[in-house]
Design a protein around this ligand. Structure first.
Ligand SMILES: Nc1ncnc2c1ncn2[C@@H]1O[C@H](COP(=O)(O)OP(=O)(O)OP(=O)(O)O)[C@@H](O)[C@H]1O
Length: 323
């Protein structure tokens, strides 16, 4: 279990001096600007959960992940991973964590991929037979064989991400922290990575915290989402609940055979957004109104042929929370 209690992080940066010799004076000045990157965040993540940690640029996501992994020290508050602090009991906690920063590889740039793995296997003291078996499994799941002998700098972005994910799993951690693991990837590569993450969570029971700007990642993978904005939690719950709470309208496209006669007014709270030829676009909030009730009204307006429903796009829902 991951427990985060009243976590805060304030960065201090030297205040830039103005005028003559500004550079030198900034260097020796004691004036600082404070930036509260994370302000009083608390949450719990149970074993086996797949949680999306999302927010706009500069919201404090990476800062949180760096505190969860022990890279950064909180200004106040605490993180506990299975009851232990990644800052105070670093060695013990690190063995339970796998970390992937999509923007930065943890592999050695000029070495063949498999040499990086050997170094990591030695660092984590994974027993030789276990390491061989695990690498075999990861190689199959992530299709690594074709580039195990290639230096990391020569890999495509998709290959590099697969190589990094395998590296994070070599010591078989129970928890994975992923910061933008699909950034810059094409559709096929994204699908492969998502498939792998789904397997890790559903078949191997790994607990995963995923940071991403790709809302498809979130929708396809996460059962729960934590939204952070200006260093504070704005929402923590299921995606469906979030959609409902925001209450963006569902769009119904109804096609008719022949003419449509839209009356001046009707009883129920739905809107006609567009009328183009024999196609009518309606907006209704499904919390207030069932689709069937809308259709019962609309069936009097002409000879209904077909109905198509469009749920609000998750991207739109999220943009509404970020505002
Ligand atoms: N080392 C640092 N020193 C000073 N300020 C920092 C430092 N690291 C982050 N910040 C600031 O803290 C805030 C949160 O940054 P953070 O990188 O956690 O955001 P993020 O949500 O990960 O953003 P993005 O989606 O753009 O990666 C930003 O305003 C950032 O400029």
């Amino acid at each position: 279990m991951i427990t985060v209690n009243h976590l805060r992080k304030t960065f201090q940066t030297p205040r830039v001096q103005e005028g003559k010799f500004a550079g030198i004076r900034t260097l020796f000045s004691r004036a600082y600007t404070e930036k509260e990157a994370v302000r009083d965040i608390s949450f719990k993540i149970e074993t086996g959960e797949f949680v999306g940690y999302i927010g706009p640029n500069g919201a404090g996501k990476s800062t949180t992940i760096k505190m969860l992994t022990g890279i950064l020290h909180p200004t106040s508050g605490e993180v506990l991973i299975h009851g232990q602090s990644p800052q105070k009991q670093r060695k013990r906690v690190v063995g339970q964590l796998g970390v992937v920063f999509g923007q930065r590889s943890q592999l050695w740039w000029d070495l063949p991929v498999k040499d990086s793995y050997e170094i990591l296997i030695a660092m984590y003291r994974v027993e030789a037979a276990t390491a061989r078996r695990r690498l075999g499994e990861l190689s199959e799941l992530l299709e690594l064989k074709e580039f195990l002998d290639t230096p990391v700098r020569k890999l495509s972005l998709g290959q590099r991400m697969r190589a990094d994910l395998a590296a994070a799993m070599l010591h078989d951690p129970a928890i994975l922290f992923l910061d933008e693991p699909t950034i810059g990837l094409d559709v096929v590569a994204k699908r492969n990575i998502r498939g792998f993450l789904k397997t890790l969570n559903q078949e191997f029971g790994k607990t995963i915290l995923l940071t991403t700007h790709d809302m498809d990642d979130i929708e396809q993978l996460c059962s729960r989402v934590i939204v952070i904005n200006h260093g504070q939690i704005g929402y923590d719950g299921s995606i469906d609940e979030l959609r409902e709470r925001i209450g963006l309208p569902t769009m119904m496209k109804v096609s008719f055979r022949g003419n449509i006669r839209v009356p001046a007014q009707w009883e129920l709270p739905f809107r006609v957004v567009a009328k183009e030829g024999n196609l009518l676009t309606l907006a209704c909030n499904r919390q207030e109104l069932k689709a069937m009730e809308v259709l019962r009204v609309v069936s009097d307006w002409g000879d209904m042929e077909d109905v198509h429903m469009e749920e609000p796009d998750f991207e739109e829902v999220i943009q509404t929370v970020y505002k």
